[in-house]
Design a protein around this ligand. Sequence first.
Ligand SMILES: N[C@@H](CCC(=O)N[C@@H](CS)C(=O)NCC(=O)O)C(=O)O
Length: 238
Amino acid sequence: MITLHGSCARFGLPSASQFVTKAEVLLKMAGVAYTHVDGDFKRAPKGKIPFIETDGKLLGDTEFIRRHLETRHGVDFDAGLSPAERAVATAFAALCDEHLYWAVVHARWMNSANFDRGPRQFFNGVPAPMRPFVVAMVRRNVRQNLRGHGLGRHDPGEIEALARRDIDAISAFLADKPYLMGAEPCSGDASVWPCVVSVLSPHFTSPMRDYAEGKPNLVAYSARGMARWFPELVRAGG
Ligand SMILES: N[C@@H](CCC(=O)N[C@@H](CS)C(=O)NCC(=O)O)C(=O)O
């Protein structure tokens, strides 16, 4: 049995973390048994969530989790796709994991109203006298990470413009297909779907959310994946 370590359902999402949701979608697509627990960063082999515990070992990073499922469990997430189609799926996964993700991080952590509704809650377990210092320190780290990535060097309007370009690309390519590459999900959906639901999350406000809400195929894709992979959240009302 695999144990997935990462933040559990929050803010109406399967996880506060797009990458934890990616790992969970991969596990569901692979059809392997797993349990999901709130991850302890101190045990994370790469210092990030998610990570999995399997065969007595800890394995960090969704791409290595994917590779483990492919090699150890014989799963081909892109079965039936041509090499060119696999390449497109890989490129869209990178767009979501490495670019649009950071716009979501910016919207949640740098906008104070969103921060108060979301990330600030992560620290409720920290003793009250220390909490303001821990919150300020982690928020400063996130700001530095955004600058390190590069997106955080732009002003909010520029970040939104870049996010809209990504959203346009996903929406245009998805078109009227149920999933990224056709009738069934592939590896790309494990990255794209969690990113789209993060952008569309009603828990947070942002111009990019408003923009994505104007794309009916993205709204339908979000609902389709939620019903397929996390029906319990649909029943709970998101
Ligand atoms: N490349 C990693 C990214 C994981 C990631 O960025 N996780 C975030 C949460 S969404 C995290 O743990 N951030 C904490 C940090 O960067 O210190 C993966 O695919 O698993």
